[in-house]
Design a protein around this ligand. Structure first.
Ligand code: PGA
Length: 240
C-alpha cells in the first residue's frame, strides 16, 4: 500500500487525475470503477479539461460506478446518474453503451445487483478503481459491518451517511434510505485502486483504514487485502 501526500486538495486531485490518465493512455480499453461525492469533483473537472485539450479520450473505456440510490428517479439532481452526467459524461467521449451505473429504479434490486456484478465480470473486471472514503470509513455504500466478501447488493444507509448526504435533498423531500452498491469483495478484485481523501474531516477515517489488522468496523481497512492500492491525501487529511 502506497500513501502519497500532496499539499492541497487541488494538488491531490491533480495527482489522482494524472494516475488515471496515465493508466488509460497505457491501456485505452481500461475498465474504470468510478465514485461520486464531493471529493472526486476536481478530478472529473480535470478529466474534462484534459479531454478538451485532446490529451485524454474515453472512447474505448468502460466505466462502472460504485453505487446509486435505490428508489430515486434517475433525473433527480441528487441521483448519481445525474451527477455523473453533470460532472463527466456530458463532457467527454465515453459512449453511453460503455457506461454503467446501477439502476436505482429497478423493480427487483437483487436481480439488478446480480446483473451488475455479471456485467463487471463480463467486462473482465475493474482495471482501475477510483475511490472516495466516507467519514465513517465506508467505500461505495459499504457501511461499517459490511462483509469483506460482499458483492453488489441492496444496502441500508446509516444515519451518518444519510446526514452527510441530506444537503442534496430539498427540505421535506424523502431521502432514499437504501442504495445498490458494489460490494467490498467486488472492489477488492480491482487490479489497481486509488483512494482520494482530502480535508481534516476524513483524517480519522483514513487513519483507521491504514491500521492493521483490517476490520469490518472500518470498511476501507479491507483495502489492506487488495493488490495495488494508493491513498492520495492532502496535508489536512494526512494530519500534517
Ligand atoms: P464525499 O463522499 O467525497 O462527498 O466526502 C465520499 C464517500 O462518502 O465515499
Amino acid at each position: 500500500m502506497e500513501i502519497v501526500v500532496r499539499p492541497t486538495a487541488e494538488a491531490a486531485a491533480t495527482y489522482a487525475h494524472d494516475l488515471l490518465v496515465e493508466h488509460v493512455r497505457r491501456q485505452p480499453t481500461t475498465v474504470l470503477g468510478l465514485p461520486t461525492g464531493a471529493t472526486p469533483l476536481p478530478v472529473y473537472a480535470r478529466l474534462v479539461q484534459s479531454h478538451r485539450t485532446a490529451l485524454f479520450s474515453m472512447q474505448s473505456v468502460t466505466t462502472f460506478n460504485l453505487d446509486e440510490y435505490y428508489g430515486l428517479g434517475l433525473k433527480h439532481p441528487a441521483s448519481y446518474t445525474a451527477y455523473m452526467s453533470r460532472a463527466l459524461f456530458d463532457h467527454v467521449d465515453c459512449p453511453a453503451s460503455q457506461r454503467h451505473i446501477p439502476n436505482g429504479l429497478a423493480a427487483d434490486a437483487q436481480q439488478e445487483a446480480a446483473d451488475y456484478e455479471a456485467l463487471i465480470a463480463a467486462a473482465g473486471g475493474i482495471d482501475f478503481m477510483l475511490l472516495g472514503i466516507g467519514r465513517n470509513g465506508h467505500i461505495g455504500f459499504n457501511e461499517p459491518g459490511s462483509d469483506f466478501a460482499s458483492r453488489t447488493r441492496l444496502v441500508d444507509l446509516t444515519p451518518s451517511t444519510l446526514a452527510a448526504n441530506a444537503p442534496f435533498f430539498a427540505d421535506g423531500e424523502t431521502q432514499p434510505k437504501q442504495a445498490i452498491s458494489m460490494g467490498i469483495g467486488t472492489i477488492l478484485q480491482a487490479r489497481r485502486i486509488v483512494v482520494l481523501a482530502t480535508g481534516a474531516s476524513k483524517a480519522e477515517a483514513v487513519r483507521q483504514s491504514l491500521e492493521k489488522p483490517a476490520k469490518t468496523a472500518v470498511p476501507a481497512s479491507a483495502l489492506h487485502l487488495a493488490r495495488d492500492v494508493t491513498f492520495v491525501l492532502d496535508q489536512a487529511c494526512a494530519g500534517i
